[in-house]
Design a protein around this ligand. Structure first.
Ligand SMILES: [Zn+2]
Ligand SMILES: [Zn+2]
Length: 421
């Protein structure tokens, strides 16, 4: 064998190696799709926020500030006696020399926020970290906040408004989708924190077209993930939404977990901290196309602490296994609605004003179908079921909980009988 052929042999072996590499199958990627920085009401610089996610084992991040995609020239003025001055000092001290653009004034400093192009480039790494450009399209109807996250967009989306809660949501959903269509680009949208100021009811969420995702878990302390005595928590809401949607011929809605972090200076139950909620996506590659396509197919789960080893559905058998941790026990529950169920709701009205507060749905919507103690469980999904989903609860409290009672969980996506992954 001459020198050239041995070089080719090495090249062929390398190519074969790559081939084997791609046959290894999809991997799990951890990501957060909803977080804030000083570009809106977050309390740290975008580079500091992104660095936290890189340092804490995440593979992707969408910084979603309110009504901005961080594209203009923006200067902050910070008085030297303001608590934010220490945030600036830390930013300056931990950034490479010459990176921070700032000016000294009289008892104040001015600092320029890095744009998305500038800060994302520092962290993008095709092998290990993906940043997707995002915006929390922040709208309202009669004082009710209506926030829709747009991920992997390239142009700013102005809130569209509308004549009802549903119309405001739908108008913003349509604006996000139309940007994706116009630019021939895969974008993702999700409805944020429906129980924030009790702004969005399940029956309203169920009416949306083109919307596939909502936050079943949001880490902000003001979003009422668990509902109250009159209103459903987000899990029950999720089951109501899917019961109505499948009856109306719409596709299943999937549940995601996010931080919605705003506060990076103090870790406390009352603050919106990092590390509370995320998604684990099973994708073939760490690209926006691959990650978002996998999410569209339901190949992900939401988590507030539990890591799964595997989730599979062959059209009949729904199987979930946990990556167990020493000394920790798990409960695996399957929830679903029967296919012949009529979700007929009962209106709950304010006794004084007669105003509609919410609807109460029967216990048969999202009924507990099976409960197993242990790190592994399966459930047989049959034509009797409209849909089935699973939830895993650990006996450990979350790492940064809003309440001391908040246990670590994972929520897998709903499935329909016969529709294998
Ligand atoms: Zn929001
Ligand atoms: Zn937010």
């Amino acid at each position: 064998m001459n020198r050239f052929s041995s070089v080719w042999l090495i090249i062929l072996l390398l190519l074969a190696g790559c081939q084997f590499g791609s046959d290894a199958g999809p991997s799990w990627f951890k990501g957060n799709l909803h977080t804030h920085t000083l570009w809106s009401d977050g309390d740290d610089f975008p580079e500091q926020v992104a660095a936290w996610y890189v340092d804490n084992g995440y593979s992707f991040l969408a910084i979603s500030d309110h009504n901005t995609i961080a594209e203009s020239e923006r200067w902050l003025t910070i008085p030297e006696d303001h608590p934010r001055f220490r945030v600036f000092e830390r930013y300056l001290a931990t950034s490479p020399e010459e990176w921070v653009e700032w000016e000294q004034g009289v008892d104040t400093i001015r600092v320029r926020l890095k744009t998305w192009e500038e800060y994302s480039e520092v962290f993008q790494d095709p092998d290990s970290f993906l940043m997707m450009r995002a915006e929390e399209v922040t709208d309202q109807f009669e004082g009710k906040p209506i926030h829709v996250n747009a991920t992997n967009i390239v142009e700013y989306i102005e809130p569209k408004g509308g004549g009802s809660v549903v119309e405001v949501m739908q108008n913003n959903v349509d604006a996000i989708l139309s940007q994706g269509e116009r630019l021939q680009r895969r974008v993702m949208l999700h409805i944020n924190h429906p129980n924030f100021i009790w702004s969005i009811r399940a029956d309203e969420l169920a009416q949306l077209d083109g919307e596939r995702f909502f936050e079943v878990f949001n880490g902000h302390p003001a979003v009422f993930n668990y509902g109250d005595s009159l209103r459903q928590g987000t899990e029950k809401m999720w089951d109501v939404v899917n019961t109505i949607r499948l009856r109306d011929g719409r596709p299943l809605m999937f549940g995601i977990g996010t931080d919605d972090a705003h506060h990076y200076q103090e870790i406390a139950p009352s603050r919106a901290n990092v590390g509370r909620g995320w998604v684990m996506v099973r994708a073939g590659a760490l690209t926006s196309d691959a990650v978002l396509a996998a999410m569209d197919d339901g190949q992900f789960y939401a988590s507030s602490g539990v890591t799964l080893q595997d989730v599979s559905f062959d059209g009949r058998r729904y199987h979930v296994s946990v990556e167990p941790k020493e000394g920790i026990s798990y409960t695996i529950e399957f929830f679903g609605t029967n296919s012949d169920h009529d979700p007929a709701p009962v209106a709950i009205k304010d006794p004084d004003s007669g105003e509609l507060i919410s609807y109460r749905y029967s216990e048969d919507v999202g009924r507990l179908l099976q409960q197993t103690s242990g790190a592994e469980a399966s459930f047989e999904v049959t034509v009797e079921h409209l849909f089935v989903r699973a939830r895993v609860t650990s006996d450990q409290v979350m790492e940064f909980p809003v309440s001391e009672l908040e246990l670590q969980r994972a929520w897998t996506q709903p499935v329909q009988p016969g529709q294998a992954w």
